[in-house]
Design a protein around this ligand. Structure first.
Ligand SMILES: Cc1cc2nc3c(=O)[nH]c(=O)nc-3n(C[C@H](O)[C@H](O)[C@H](O)COP(=O)(O)OP(=O)(O)OC[C@H]3O[C@@H](n4cnc5c(N)ncnc54)[C@H](O)[C@@H]3O)c2cc1C
Length: 399
């Protein structure tokens, strides 16, 4: 089999890998993206990823340059207000409500929410339009060797690929990271996230609502209406045993539980489709680079789904690499380019992983005194305007 030469080989076609293929392809680089699992692009498929992703403001610029925004915008629900609710008292009712309004810091909303299966469909559609980008489903990266000038990667079908830059977007158990001898630190919480969507009687008015009590946040993210009814995606984080219990409930019993846990803020709810459970960890690679290799997304960092940070950090990785590649295309994959990437992204990534770890632990608090402390902290962050604005900008990745 003849070897293939490309500028960029992407290992992994999750949303991060597909975004990278569209972004580097649109910038004129030759790209090959491979994944052993064909992406599922329809809502009704039994293996469909029914989660949604809230993309924050900075991702819009990347999606525009990748030729994706015009495809995504018609399906996106805007997120104008982030509402944090403390329901940590004796009953399930809301004790405090703190609104963070995007108009305090910008003319644009905080971000936009989109279903993951639809993102994959539109990203594959964009790849089809680009002659310089190829995608191979059913193919994994297997062996990696590197030289000063190139990465040499063998695929599961025996094909050799020679690339100037290898992007590891192959998820939290990344094969490329392991072969590059980059270790990770992992924090476990004994927690899982239940993801599902609902229709409800009280409109969401483009407000994303995070309700804190115990076990982790219960988050509503707005979606476009369904058959004239307000619809939201929900992520409910809880201890593993409680998630197993929730999965075993009948739909009727489950709807009663979510009505209670939502502090009754959206009225009675109807479950749409399946409930899916996701393991929750924090993880950080001890370096974002190896020779001719850059780690992005969950290959580099994993965080609990709080404040829509996970994939948005991944897109910030991607924007940084793309800017460096466009600024000096001859240097793509060089030590000089990769050191700049490491310097720009690692300290920020570490700070965000640690910050989200802290937020998650505070949201899990069971002790009433700790819950009261959390409530007081939230009130201070919200009520002092400069602090509130700084927090909002930091959440968007703007500081
Ligand atoms: C419940 C939940 C809700 C979330 N909500 C949000 C949100 O609102 N906003 C946000 O920013 N983030 C959110 N996140 C985080 C976000 O979903 C993740 O960051 C993102 O899905 C991870 O994408 P990824 O492409 O890095 O990894 P993955 O989706 O795991 O993709 C990795 C891909 O690599 C492939 N692969 C594995 N091995 C190989 C190999 N050897 N060769 C080639 N390919 C390989 C796999 O098949 C897979 O397709 C959420 C997470 C959870 C759990």
């Amino acid at each position: 089999m003849e070897k293939i030469d490309v500028d960029i080989l992407i290992s992994g076609a999750g949303i991060a890998g597909l975004s990278a293929a569209c972004a580097f392809g649109s910038a004129g680089f030759s790209v090959l993206c491979v994944d052993p699992n064909p992406p599922v692009t329809s809502e009704s498929d039994a293996n469909s990823d029914l989660r949604t992703t809230a993309f924050l403001q900075p991702s819009k610029r990347l999606f525009e340059s990748a030729g994706l925004w015009n495809r995504l915008e018609p399906h996106a629900a805007a997120l104008q207000i982030m509402r944090i609710v403390d329901a940590g008292g004796a009953s399930y009712e809301a004790r405090d409500i703190a609104d963070f309004d995007a108009s305090d810091i910008s003319d644009a909303p905080f971000g936009w929410n989109l279903p993951n299966w639809l993102l994959r469909r539109e990203m594959l559609g964009r790849i089809d339009e680009l002659d310089n980008v190829s995608f191979r489903a059913g193919t994994a990266t297997t062996r990696l060797t590197t030289r000063q000038t190139e990465a040499r990667v063998t695929l599961s079908d025996g094909q050799l690929v020679v690339a100037k830059l290898l992007l590891a977007a192959d998820g939290r158990a990344s094969n490329i990271r392991a072969q590059s001898n980059i270790s990770v630190k992992t924090w476990r919480y004994g927690q899982k996230a239940l993801a599902f969507s609902v229709t409800h009687t009280i409109p969401h008015n483009n407000v994303s609502t995070e309700i804190h009590r115990t076990g982790g946040p219960f988050t509503f993210v707005p979606m476009p209406d369904l058959d004239g009814k307000p619809r939201s995606a929900i992520v409910w984080m809880e201890k593993g045993a409680r998630i197993r219990e929730l999965l075993s409930l009948s739909v009727k019993q489950f709807e009663a539980e979510i009505f209670e846990r939502s502090a009754h803020l959206f009225g009675p709810m109807n479950l749409i489709g399946r409930r899916t459970a996701w393991p929750i960890v924090s993880q950080l690679a001890n370096s974002l680079v190896g020779q001719r290799t850059a780690l992005i997304a969950e290959a580099a960092h994993v965080v609990p789904p709080i404040g829509a940070q996970g994939l948005n950090m991944s897109l910030a990785d991607l924007s940084c690499l793309l800017d460096l590649a466009i600024a000096d295309p001859q240097q793509v994959g060089s030590d000089a380019m990769l050191s700049k990437y490491q310097r720009a992204r690692w300290p920020e990534t570490r700070a965000r992983v640690m910050g989200i770890d802290l937020l998650n632990r505070s949201s899990m608090a069971e002790n009433p005194m700790l819950r009261d402390l959390r409530r007081a902290g939230l009130k201070t962050l919200h009520d002092i305007k400069p602090l509130r604005k700084t927090l909002m900008k930091a959440g968007l990745g703007a500081t």
